[in-house]
Structure formats: structure tokens, C-alpha cells
Design a protein around this ligand. Structure first.
Ligand code: GP9
Ligand code: MN
Length: 627
């Protein structure tokens, strides 16, 4: 057949090629879970509907313009798909508008970019090449319809779209209202319509601050007073144990709990942290969950400083850095602490310089404070060992008592380490990421060991408490196959949530009464817990977290996607599991999850409203003191 015999209009060809291509990419290049034939059908249907929506508009254009329009829209559409795929390989998530504007972070990610590129990505551009070729030929593939024909072609768009929305609503009731999970959205309405939805959300949340008034904050205040009553509690264990001591808080990059006590080829991954966990001076919470979302490290910082939830879209550090907060450094400043952050990266990464200033840190030692040479840096920058070593002099210059936060960097995706610096073998699986993960974890473990020694040598150790926390996962569910191989069991949704546990240790020199605690706790609890240990009563504080040592905690940890963990249950992807067995519960028994789920959604919603509405500007945190 000769190409010039083709008489099918180019917009129809483009619709099929682009629609089918998008389906194949969803199905085989992303890792979307397909649970039933209906989902499979929707996944196939929505790209065709979206493609038709984009390309059918061309019937209203003059023939030459039609060709130009089709060429460019298919290219742009394919680029959107491609960029999302790259982003997905790193974060198992889809791009949102706020994430796009975190420009300098994207630039810093270029180091990881090549690792995320696969040769089969060329497939995404094959239809683009063909449509460009066809659109430039002499034979004419444009279509010239009478007005009624144009209207009919457009009507089909609405038919397809409403068909898609109806199917999506049947499959996922209230999909648009409860859009915590972007994967559901993409599966049901497709990536292009998802971006339209995201743009609408962006406009809505921007408007929320303008229309906010003080009325909502009192509702939230009563909810919190009733549901989260246990702040610093004099009668609870360890109240004021760290009074007047320095606090050294270490946020350990990408450190997941499964690393502790793990081995590769018979070698311990984290010998130092294992010993630290067993030390009598350390209290370890082994069921401590990270609660971060798209803002990664910055989300974990935000949760710890404010005991608020991060946002579902974007990083609060970017989207709402100018809000009023009542953050930990501000509270500690008032109590006479000097507060500082140490992190050897560009100070504006995650907009930290702006946010830190707003929430009251006195000093920020960013990369400019460190001697960074080719010998002491690789991957993301200054290696952790040099980072700690060079920090000691600044730490000694702090006025006591001080609160200092350290953020490590070496153990960051893609977990690269020069071979001569590795003291443990790589793991052997189909995931390079997981294989390397153990080497950088071991490196950071050694860096922490040295740091403890340096603190002792400099005389700072005795008068300080040292808190270690993993900031978020390092191994996304994209690597579940390799993870399953390592753990010796398949990673199902239950285990996937369990893997969100990160180390949390409070080391109190001379305490002698430490041990491993089993309570379900999370990053949201860190602020009230630290205040408790320091013996600071912040009565009017509005926090969603609880003091980990109190008897009357609210008893669940909510993750940002609406999953939760309570003492008895674990809930994720609309399934309620028995937490002790990991088995899904019967329909009847699952009802026990419902009241908790309601509170989880309520809290996430309240927290969002506080942030989007900048509601703390209407609240007086010093009420109690003024009485
Ligand atoms: C960057 C470091 C890593 O400064 O905190 O950020 P992450 O990618 O983990 O959010
Ligand atoms: Mn991080």
C-alpha cells in the first residue's frame, strides 16, 4: 500500500496512535496496579478519549493549521507523558503544578536523570515522528467538514469524556472529592485530564487564603483539644529529662527501618546503629512511621517542626513558606535556646533559606559554611563524614542550651558511593537502586559513629540529647520485586505500609533505662515529644501529634495518602488489615477501621485548611500566658 492512498484524516490516525501508545505506556512502563477487568477497560478507554479530545479540536482549523496543530499537540502530549514517566521512576508519583515550580530541585535532580532514562523510552516518540512525517507530505490528510460535521465531531468528544467520567465514578466513587491518591486519578481519567484537574486544584487552593477568616480555626482548636489532649504531661515518663540540655537532632537521609539488623553477605549493614539501639541510654521506637509526601526531606522537617501534616500536592516549604507558624525553633528561642540547622547543600534547596528564616532558626549552616573539595564529595555533595567533622567547630560556638538539626546527604538516591569508600558488598537483585542502598547506608552508619565520638571528644556529648530520625523511604515501591527478594516475602500493600517505618532513637547520655518501645508513633509526634522531654509546656499549641510517652495518645498514625496504622489495624488502599497478622479482615470486622478512617480524613483536611488558609494568623498562641 502506498502512503498516498491513505485517506484517513490525520486527526483520526493521531487519535489512535497516541491513544494506544498512551495505553501501552500506562500498562507496561508505569507500574499501575490493575485490580479488575473494569479498571483494565478504563485504562484502555481513557487515553483514546483524551486523545480524541485533544486532536478533534483540529477540525475547526484551516487545513494547513490543522497539520501544524496536530504536529505540536502530539509532541507536547508525548513530552508530558515522558516527563511524568521519568518523575514516576524516581518518586512513584505524578507531577503536580507546585512540584514543577520547585525549579532548582529539578535542576539538582539532573544528576539522577540518566539513571532514570531507559532505552525503550524511544517508543514514546515513534507516533510523534510518524505524525510529523505524514503532516508534511504533499497528499492532504486534513479534513474539511461542513459546520454540522464539525459540531458532530466535537459532540463525540463530550460523549467520550462523560463516558469516561461515569465509568470512573462507578469504579471509584467520589474520586474527585477524595483525591488523596494521584494513581487512582491517573488510572481513571488519564494523565492529561489529571493535569487539568491538578490545575483546577491549584487555583482553588490559592483562592483559599484570600477567602479564609478566623472562624474555622476555633472549630479546629476544639477538635484538637478534644482529640489530641496529651501535650507535655508532667506525670508521664521522662518529663523534663532533657531540661536545659542541648538537643542534637539528626535527620538521616532516606533511612528505612529495615536496614537496622540487616545483613548483606553476612556483614551487618548498620553495626553502629544496632549497638546504639541496644544501648541502655537509648530509647528506640520501632513502630515509627514517616508521613512525608511530595516534599520529601522538607516535608519531614515541616512535620517535625510543626506537628502538622504535609500537603498532598507539592511541598509546604515552597507553597506556603510565608505563612504564620508556631514552629519548634520559635518556641525554643523563647525558652532561651539557640537554634540552628546544618545541611551541606545549596541553602535555597527546598526553599529552606526562606522557610528557616520564617520559622525562627537563628543560624543556617549551608554548603557555604563547609570546605567542599573533589576528595570529600561525591553524588549529592559533601560526604557525611566530612560534614559532621566540619560541623563540630560551629556546634561548639553555639550558645547553650542549643537545638541543632543536622540533615545528612550521602545516603540519597541513586545511592552512589566510590568503590574504595564502601565497606559492605552490594546486594544482588534486579534493582541497582536497592543493591547500592546498603553501601551508602553503611557509610552513613560509620559517619554517625564518628560523629558520636567527635561529640564526646569536644565535650558536647554529656550535656546533650541526640535524636536520630529517618526522613522518608529510600526504596520506592517501584523496586518491590527486589525488596521482596531481600525480605524473603512478597511486598503486598500491608508490607508496603510497614516499610514506611524509619528509625527513631532518643539517646540520653547517662540515662541507663532505655529500651525498645512498640507504640505506633510517627513524625507528627516528634514536636510534642521533644517539648515533653525538655519540660516545656506549650499549652495552647495546636498540634496533630501526641507526646509519645503519654498514656492518652489518640492511637493512630495517618499517612498522607489516607492510609493509617493504629495499635490493632492497618488500613491502606481501602482494605482494613489485622495489624498483628497482616491479613485483610472480613467485611464485618473491617467496620472497625471506619471511625478511625473518618478521623484520619478529618485531620488531613483540617491540616490542609490551616496551611492553605494560613489560619494561624488568626490564632493567639500565647493566650494562656497572658491570663
Ligand atoms: C536536599 C536533601 C535531599 O537538600 O535534603 O532532599 P530529598 O530529595 O530527600 O527531599
Ligand atoms: Mn531526604
Amino acid at each position: 500500500m502506498q502512503l498516498k492512498n491513505i485517506r484517513m484524516p490525520l486527526f483520526v490516525i493521531a487519535t489512535f496512535l497516541f491513544g494506544l501508545k498512551t495505553y501501552v505506556v500506562y500498562r507496561f512502563m508505569f507500574d499501575l496496579s490493575i485490580e479488575n477487568p473494569m479498571q483494565e477497560f478504563i485504562l484502555f478507554f481513557n487515553p483514546i478519549a483524551s486523545a480524541y479530545l485533544i486532536f478533534a479540536i483540529s477540525v475547526w482549523l484551516k487545513p494547513r493549521k490543522q497539520m501544524k496543530y496536530l504536529r505540536w499537540t502530539i509532541l507536547i502530549g508525548s513530552l508530558i507523558l515522558f516527563v511524568n514517566l521519568i518523575f514516576y521512576r524516581n518518586f512513584t508519583d505524578f507531577i503536580t503544578i507546585p512540584v514543577l515550580f520547585q525549579g532548582n530541585n529539578a535542576a539538582d535532580l539532573t544528576g539522577s536523570f540518566l539513571t532514570l532514562l531507559h532505552w525503550e523510552d524511544i517508543f514514546i516518540f515513534l507516533d510523534v515522528a510518524l505524525v510529523w512525517y505524514l503532516s508534511k507530505q504533499k497528499f492532504n490528510l486534513s479534513i474539511n467538514l461542513p459546520k454540522r460535521g464539525k459540531i458532530a465531531a466535537t459532540a463525540v468528544t463530550f460523549l467520550l469524556l462523560s463516558g469516561n467520567v461515569v465509568l470512573a465514578e462507578i469504579e471509584r466513587p467520589m474520586l474527585f472529592v477524595r483525591a488523596f491518591d494521584r494513581e487512582y486519578l491517573v488510572k481513571n481519567i488519564g494523565i492529561y485530564n489529571y493535569h487539568l484537574y491538578d490545575a483546577t486544584m491549584q487555583t482553588k487552593t490559592k483562592a483559599q487564603r484570600v477567602f479564609a477568616d478566623g472562624s474555622e480555626i476555633s472549630e479546629i482548636e476544639s477538635y484538637l483539644k478534644e482529640n489530641s489532649p496529651d501535650k507535655a504531661d508532667k506525670s508521664a515518663e521522662l518529663y523534663g529529662v532533657a531540661e536545659d540540655k542541648n538537643v542534637i537532632f539528626v535527620s538521616v537521609e532516606s533511612f528505612q527501618d529495615f536496614l537496622l539488623d540487616s545483613e548483606v553477605n553476612g556483614t551487618e549493614t548498620t553495626p553502629f546503629l544496632n549497638d546504639l539501639k541496644n544501648s541502655k541510654d537509648t530509647i528506640t521506637f520501632e513502630n515509627f512511621y514517616h508521613q512525608t509526601a511530595q516534599g520529601k526531606t522538607s516535608d519531614s522537617e515541616f512535620i517535625v517542626e510543626n506537628s502538622l501534616y504535609p500537603l498532598g500536592r507539592g511541598a509546604v516549604y515552597f507553597t506556603n513558606a510565608g505563612n504564620e507558624y508556631h514552629a519548634l525553633p520559635e518556641i525554643l528561642n523563647k525558652e532561651g535556646y539557640e537554634t540552628s540547622v546544618f545541611h551541606a547543600n545549596n541553602g535555597s534547596f527546598w526553599n529552606r533559606d526562606v522557610m528557616y528564616d520564617n520559622i525562627g532558626y537563628d543560624d543556617f549552616y549551608d554548603e557555604k559554611s563547609f570546605q567542599i573539595t573533589p576528595e570529600n564529595s561525591f553524588g549529592w555533595g559533601l560526604e557525611d563524614k566530612a560534614f559532621f567533622e566540619q560541623s563540630i567547630k560551629y556546634l561548639q560556638s553555639q550558645e547553650k542550651p542549643f537545638y541543632s538539626k543536622f540533615i545528612t546527604l550521602t545516603h540519597h538516591f541513586p545511592f552512589e558511593l566510590p568503590e574504595e569508600k564502601a565497606n559492605i558488598d552490594k546486594y544482588d537483585s534486579n534493582s541497582n537502586t536497592l543493591n547500592s542502598y546498603f553501601q551508602t547506608a553503611r557509610y552513613t552508619d560509620e559517619a554517625l559513629e564518628r560523629f558520636f565520638q567527635q561529640l564526646k571528644d569536644s565535650g558536647l556529648y554529656e550535656d546533650s540529647i541526640i535524636v536520630l530520625m529517618g526522613d522518608h523511604y529510600g526504596i520506592s515501591d517501584f523496586h518491590n520485586k527486589a525488596m521482596g527478594q531481600f525480605l524473603g516475602e512478597e511486598v503486598d500493600p500491608f508490607l508496603q505500609v510497614q516499610l514506611q517505618r524509619v528509625p527513631f532513637m532518643i539517646h540520653i547520655p547517662g540515662y541507663e533505662d532505655g529500651g525498645v518501645k512498640k507504640e505506633v508513633v510517627g513524625q507528627i509526634d516528634v514536636k510534642p515529644t521533644l517539648l515533653h522531654l525538655l519540660g516545656i509546656k506549650a499549652d495552647d499549641d495546636l498540634t496533630f501529634g501526641d507526646n509519645m510517652f503519654s498514656e492518652q495518645r489518640k492511637g493512630f498514625i495517618a499517612l498522607r495518602d489516607g492510609s493509617f496504622i493504629s495499635e490493632d489495624y492497618l488500613y491502606t488502599h481501602e482494605v482494613c488489615y489485622d495489624r498483628s497478622t497482616g491479613e485483610p479482615l472480613s467485611e464485618e470486622a473491617s467496620k472497625a477501621c471506619l471511625p478511625i478512617k473518618e478521623r484520619v480524613d478529618q485531620e488531613l483536611n483540617y491540616s490542609d485548611n490551616i496551611i492553605y488558609g494560613d489560619l494561624f494568623r488568626f490564632y493567639d498562641f500565647d493566650k494562656e500566658n497572658e491570663k
